[in-house]
Design a protein around this ligand. Structure first.
Ligand code: KET
Length: 465
């Protein structure tokens, strides 16, 4: 914290000195207001020193940022910080959704390494990208999402802008909603990824929740979801997880998706998809895009934020995109121009490295099929530990509790149903780091640790209320 030293009074100089915004000490030749100084001293750590007729006032540790309070740790990324600080050797980080190997090490995909080698060989430069990002990336990312043969692509009805991964793309979409649909509400699932609320709050977009998770069935509250979407003001944006719903791991069935689309169309709502796990729900990139594609096939206008953090393991490269499907190419062009206008003062233009990796992997048939195989391996490893965790829980828990909901969930996570106190016990007693809503990232679990995790869950579930 900054320290300030101020000469307050000298024999010859009258002075009027503002120490803090709300305090002024007036002085005349050779004298000054001791009472005011004493008062200020009490309020702001001021010390005085006298040297004959010269009085020094020393203000220590007075910060202009004193009014700023400590922010709480982030509910997800804060967990990784706490994990790092733990020295227990049994510790497990099941907080953030980040893929680990069986050895619990971070994983850089082989196709990513190959794409980076290609980039080095080509000696590409580091010039600024245009505001909308790398053209080759924007083409392949929309194709990966909608399918290259999709009419929205053929008819150039998609405004695609490269974003700062999923979060930055969602933030750009939120800024577009705030500017061009003032007062429109975003409705989101209860629960949802915690950052959705932060993103909309910071963009000044009003939001509310629709029912999604039913703790009684540990499944989807489909009727609640439908009636809440129906009840939302006409023309609301409906935030939907394209696949592998975070944190519940519960997705609507294809038939349920159709009904959701029906209600959204009836109410003139606009679907707003968050696709952060394409490939991680089923292991197939195409299957995981089917919800979005079925809405597009109905001719609906919609928004889709994409992320390559998980499926290409490009977490820190911050690569993703916002896609706005419009009813005409002309509208798409105008939307794109406004997305660029919103991006320019926020971050000017996006980073190039991740965009080149994606463009190289998706745009190169050999690397693309290699990626799909690696994707299946990652998704498969998670399915294995999911099964093993279920087996361990069922074998060890003699209470007769049915743990089969774990097998019904998909994607990187399992929503265990543990409450905050039980999740605290997982961390404090068992050194298992997870989010306080009871979510564990199975992508951070190895087969070797399944039994240990099952012991921790059983203890927390039965012995902590
Ligand atoms: N959407 C969802 C649903 C999501 O889970 C994440 C990340 C993102 C978007 C954004 O990811 P990005 O890295 O900006 O592309 N979720 C994990 C990490 C995080 O919270 O930032 C998580 O839930 O653990």
């Amino acid at each position: 914290m900054a320290s300030t030293m101020i000469a307050l009074a000298s024999a010859s100089l009258p002075a009027s000195l503002s120490l803090r915004n709300n305090c002024k000490l007036k002085m005349k030749r050779g004298s000054f207001d001791h009472n005011a100084l004493l008062k200020e001293k009490r309020n702001s750590f001021i010390k005085t020193k006298s040297f004959g007729r010269l009085t020094m006032v020393v203000a220590v540790n007075v910060s202009r940022f004193e009014g700023i309070t400590m922010a709480p740790p982030d509910p997800i990324l804060g967990v990784s910080e706490a994990f790092k600080a733990d020295t227990n050797e049994m510790k497990l980080n099941l907080g953030v959704g980040a893929y680990r190997t069986e050895e619990l090490q971070p994983y850089v995909l082989n196709v990513v390494k190959k794409a980076e080698n290609l980039m080095l060989e080509r000696g590409e430069n580091k010039e600024y990208l245009p505001i909308e990002g790398l053209a080759a990336f924007n083409i392949v990312t929309a194709e990966l999402l909608f399918g290259a043969a999709n009419s929205v692509i053929q008819q150039q009805r998609v405004a695609t802008v490269q974003g700062l991964s999923g979060t930055g793309s969602l933030r750009l979409a939120a800024a577009l909603i705030e500017r061009y649909f003032p007062g429109a509400k975003v409705i989101m699932s209860s629960p949802t990824w915690g950052n959705h609320k932060n993103i909309l709050n910071d963009a000044g977009v009003p939001w509310s929740e629709y029912r999604y998770y039913d703790p009684k069935t540990v499944g989807l509250d489909f009727d609640g979801m439908i009636s809440d979407i129906k009840a939302a003001p006409e023309g609301s944006f409906v935030l939907l997880h394209g696949c592998a719903h975070n944190p519940t791991g519960i997705d609507p069935t294809p038939e349920q998706w159709e009904k959701i689309a029906d209600v959204i169309q009836e109410k003139n709502h606009i679907p707003f998809f968050d696709v952060a796990y394409q490939g991680f729900a089923s292991g197939s990139l195409d299957a995981d895009a089917s919800s979005v594609r079925s809405f597009v096939a109905r001719g609906m206008e919609l928004l889709v934020a994409q992320s390559y953090s998980k499926n290409l393991g490009l977490y820190a490269e911050r690569i993703g995109a916002i896609n706005v499907v419009c009813s005409s190419a002309d509208a798409a062009e105008r939307v794109k121009s406004q997305l660029k206008r919103l991006a320019r003062p926020m971050y000017s233009n996006p980073p190039i490295h991740g965009a080149r990796i994606v463009a190289n992997v998706v745009g190169n048939p050999a690397l693309f099929s290699e990626w799909k195989a690696e994707m299946e391996l990652m998704a498969g490893r998670i399915k294995n530990v999911r099964q093993k965790l279920y087996d361990s829980l069922s074998a060890k828990d003699k209470s007769g509790k049915d743990w089969s909901f774990i097998l019904k969930q998909i994607g990187m996570f399992s929503f265990t149903g543990l409450n905050k106190a039980q999740s605290d016990n997982m961390t404090n007693k068992w050194h298992v780091y997870m989010t306080k809503d009871g979510r564990v990232s199975l992508a951070g679990l190895s087969s070797a640790k399944c039994e240990y995790l099952a012991d921790a869950i059983i203890d927390s579930y039965h012995n902590v209320s």
